[in-house]
Design a protein around this ligand. Structure first.
Ligand SMILES: [Zn+2]
Ligand SMILES: [Zn+2]
Length: 396
């Protein structure tokens, strides 16, 4: 793959960093060791400044280039990686598998952190750009919106930049192929919690109670009509109940049932329809059975929307690294969510995917047998470095 030669030279180093991060996964907002490793590496690379403390474990490395635009107040871009792992028991059996029970880097954020570290090393060493590059290592991409916290804690005020860029590995796309999209790329996300409260009774005497299990069953089925019957068929929306808990044994009707799920959409009107539908059906159905439903519809992440101009700049950099044929438009957006959306809402920018597929049995992210493909480390790092050099060119 036509990556930057200097970056290819330290591919083995990057692989080692990635395996170390992989072996020591940390949950959202608890990335203390990871944050420490990132800071130590940035210091070792000789970046000009290291900003810590944003969103608890967040780290921003500041790298000034050479030339008139490199002074404070000059032009600048941000490159962002995420650092958190997931509460999944790893089943890869690899030598660098997680050493922490129940935690795993199953989304490849170990690889994302490593690729950005690789770019930081290269950029600090070569300084072949005129402007300032902020390398942003954010915590808590999964569920806890570390990106939003950094924005709220003044990321773009403390680090004034013209544009911000993000990247995610994708195991079903061939290794080294970039996939891009203008406009909406990933969906808005809401977390749904429904508690149905009835009246407990002996399982043999249902007439003495109000069975919340039966009510929950009706609600789950009815929720599937929201997208099918109330959303414009040409629009996208999802309602999924992924968790149901109630009761303890064969012959007791429990007092309550808890359900949890997710809703996804792109257009705000669809989000309102989904929220309205979940609330109306859950409370209405429960009431019609003499039970009660409490609904929490918590909007977590907005949709990830790419700025067209920034996207074309990202595509140009990707093509320089991977070649024309390995940079492909994404046909449809995905219903996955991404908290880089908060940064894109605050700042013009782009988020793209870098394929990590090995062509055999590729496990999707969040699978216990998934592992980031080390082959693409220099590709991602070269993309970051090329983006910086192209967007902040030196004169003459
Ligand atoms: Zn993930
Ligand atoms: Zn991820």
């Amino acid at each position: 793959m036509p990556v930057l030669n200097r970056i290819a030279e330290f591919h083995a180093d990057m692989t080692e960093w990635r395996h170390d991060l992989h072996a020591h996964p940390e949950l959202a907002l608890q990335e203390v060791r990871t944050s420490g490793v990132v800071q130590a590496k940035l210091r070792e690379f000789g970046v000009d400044e290291i900003i810590t403390g944003m969103a608890r474990t967040g780290v921003v490395g500041v790298i000034h280039g050479r030339g008139p635009h490199s002074a404070p107040g000059g032009r600048a871009i941000g490159l962002r990686a995420d650092m958190d792992a997931l509460p999944i028991e790893e089943a890869t059996g690899l030598p660098w598998a997680s050493r922490t029970e129940g935690l795993m880097h199953a989304c490849g954020h170990d690889g994302h952190t490593t690729m950005l570290l690789g770019a930081a090393r290269y950029l600090a060493e070569t300084r072949n750009f005129d402007g300032t590059v902020y390398v942003i290592f954010q915590p808590a991409e999964e569920n806890l919106a570390g990106g939003e916290i950094m924005v709220k804690e003044g990321l773009f005020e403390r680090c004034p930049m013209d544009k911000v860029f993000g990247m995610h590995n994708w195991p079903t796309v061939p290794a080294g192929t970039f996939v891009w999209r203008e406009g909406p790329m990933m969906a808005a996300v809401a977390n749904i919690t429904i508690t149905v409260t009835g009246k407990g009774a002996h399982g043999a005497h249902p007439d003495h109670g109000i069975d919340p299990v039966v009510v929950a069953a009706q609600i789950i089925t009815a929720l599937q009509t929201i997208v099918a019957r109330t959303v414009d068929p040409t629009e996208s929306g999802v309602v999924t109940i992924g968790h149901i808990a109630g009761g303890h044994t064969f012959n007791v009707i429990p007092e309550s049932v808890l359900m949890r799920g997710t809703a996804r959409w792109f257009r705000p009107e669809v989000g309102d329809l989904l929220e309205g539908g979940v609330r109306r059906l859950a409370t209405g159905i429960a009431e019609s059975f003499g039970a009660r439903a409490e609904v929490v519809f918590e909007r977590a992440y907005p949709p990830t929307v790419n700025d067209p101009e920034a996207t074309q700049l990202a595509v140009r950099a990707a093509r320089a690294v991977a070649g024309e044929a390995r940079v492909q438009p994404m046909r449809n957006p995905t219903m996955g969510g991404e908290d880089f959306s908060f940064m894109l809402n605050a700042k013009q920018g782009n988020y793209l995917m870098l394929g990590g597929g090995r062509g055999g049995e590729d496990f999707l992210v969040h699978h216990p047998r998934y592992d980031f493909n080390d082959e693409i480390l220099p590709v991602g790092a070269s993309y970051w470095a090329t983006l910086a050099e192209q967007l902040l060119p030196r004169e003459g």
